[in-house]
Design a protein around this ligand. Sequence first.
Ligand code: PLP
Length: 393
Amino acid sequence: MTAKGMGDRLAKRVKLKDAHIITRMADMAEKLGDVIKLGRGDPDLDTPAHIIKAGQDALANGATHYTHPLGIPALREAIAKNILAYGGTDYASDEIVVTPGGQHAMFVIGLSLLDPGDEIIVPCPGYEPYSQAADLAGATVVPVKMTMETNFTLTADMVREAITPKSKILVLINPNNPTGTVTPPDEVKKIAQLAIEHDLIVISDEIYARLTYGNSTVQPVAALPGMKERTITLSGFSKAYAMTGWRVGYFAGPKELIVPMAEINHAFAISTAAVSQHAALAAMQGDQQCVEDMRRIYDERRRTLCKGLDELSIPYAECQGAFYVYADVSVTGLPASKFCERLLAEGQVMIYPGRIYGDHTDDFVRMSLTQPVPRIKEALVRMKKTIETIRSE
Ligand code: PLP
């Protein structure tokens, strides 16, 4: 049998989205020299030294085996303490499951909670793997479309419109990726009220909650009255501690859901890498100043990038959290996806089109704050040049 036609053999549930744009751009970047990478949400900052050291020590001390399926108990206890310390609810350690990254948790959640025909409400633009997990489960994705007019802020009114008798899950991503916007605490409270009224499970993705700017703060959903029993809190170490490569995340929720979900997680992963769990434990137990130091670095980069975009007359959503600036490049005269390809090919700057985050327009790009200030300034210079070339055509 030849490989020809093998694509037809893919299961019908496999729906390929625009990921090929990223692969194409990554291939192109490989061939170009000196690309300024503002694409992936992967911090350029190193994992803090005390965390690396804890990983090294753990390896030297035999952390080379499977662990408890829910994660090493000390880590789950430390996560519970940390959640509480940052305004979250009081989880017992057996209400927390450590996973190989938060993204893995999305698929455990989707496949554990969704049946074909169920509806899952997701912010749009938003983090696409939630929709992919729902697709795999055969559920129906109901996007809540946010726009620049309201700074891409999710409101209870928008959520209300999306609710039907088939709605089962509501996903909140706060701060949101790719828009960098924070849902204000008052709005989160109203949304929680809606979830109670309509008996919805809320997946609250708080992975960027400690990276907020200005006056923005994140209201942990599970801490609101009546919400712990219907909320799965999802988070991880990748963003706040610059630990993307270690692959550690977690989800937490009421025991009734967590016990069967932990079993599904065990079937997928057995357990999360022991070495990474020990490093994550050091992250939780160590001085939290490292998170604040990184937050300040992103904040400075954010201001640099926004100032540069102002100078180029490119509008953008106010970045209140995470490390992304979501900008409207329709002023260039090109669709955003084309602009990204031109900017990479001609300016050697990698940014991503908003379309890959479910944006129904092709006007926006996501720019990650994952390069130092001088590189961001250089990226702006290159962007200006590329725009001038496009306009002169
Ligand atoms: N949640 C959001 C909103 C994200 O943007 C990401 C990664 O970009 C994740 C979760 C998953 O991160 P990880 O799997 O590295 O924990």
